[in-house]
Design a protein around this ligand. Structure first.
Ligand code: ADP
Length: 228
């Protein structure tokens, strides 16, 4: 379970309140979209949840962790529970697709036996078995994002966070990515999707948390994207 309890984040030097007493709970296995205009606070939710930044007030829990209290030395272990997908893919350009995935296992200290087993599994899941030896520059945007999803999945995290994962993709590739996220959710992982894409959210028909100016203004079980 994820809990945000009265979470406030200010960027003082700019006088900006990025999140203002934000509270919500997400149960294991949910598919939740966080929506809002640019600047509403979506990425700040992601940054605080993955421990990249700390709240000024409030508490954040994920499973047995109180995230706001984690020390830098706790982070590698904590982050292994979470797979993150970003708009700009963030792949290692000098490594092949296979190496991008095996590297994620190596840094987590996994044995070679698991690398040989897990890499082909996730490649098959995202439909890129035949691209294992290619470099990211040899792939389309949609294929790169599918590699990033495979990498996020490979350590079998409890939670997948996708921050504007389709921001750089055309409609066809957008739907490929969303279908994979739905599949991941059906297989049991919690999925948190931050997006400003109305069509995706309205088609998903899942829970929607709407942010406006750093505040939760709606939280609906089968929500729609209502911002103009
Ligand atoms: P979104 O992801 O919904 O576009 P963000 O969470 O990125 O919104 O930003 C929320 C607000 O916080 C915005 O006003 C943004 O300008 C501000 N903000 C985000 N990160 C920083 C930062 N590192 N320094 C100063 N202001 C920031």
């Amino acid at each position: 379970m994820i809990i945000f309890q009265h979470v406030t984040k200010e960027y003082n030097h700019h006088g900006t309140v990025a999140l203002d007493k934000v509270s919500f709970k997400i149960q294991h296995g949910e598919f939740v979209s966080i929506v809002g205009r640019s600047g509403a606070g979506k990425s700040t939710v992601v940054k605080l949840l993955i421990g990249e930044d700390k709240p000024d007030k409030g508490q954040i829990f994920f499973g047995s962790y109180e995230v706001n209290k984690l020390k830098p030395s706790d982070m590698p272990e904590y982050r292994r529970h979470i797979g993150v997908i970003f708009q700009e893919f963030r792949l290692l350009t000098r490594k092949t697709v296979f190496e991008n995935l095996s590297f994620a296992l190596e840094v987590a200290g996994r044995p070679q036996r698991e690398i040989n087993e897990f890499v082909p599994q996730v490649l098959e899941m995202v439909g890129l078995t035949d691209k294992a030896k290619n470099f990211p520059t040899e792939l389309s945007g949609g294929e790169r994002q599918r590699v990033a999803i495979a990498r996020a999945m490979i350590n079998r995290p409890d939670l997948i966070i996708a921050d504007e994962p389709t921001g750089n993709l055309d409609p066809l590739n957008t739907w490929e990515v969303i279908k994979i996220l739905m599949k991941i959710n059906e297989l049991g992982s919690t999925v948190l999707l931050a997006t400003h894409d109305k069509e995706i959210v309205n088609t998903l028909g899942q829970r929607v948390i709407t942010l406006e100016d750093g505040k939760v203004v709606r939280d609906e079980e089968h929500g729609r994207f209502l911002i103009g």
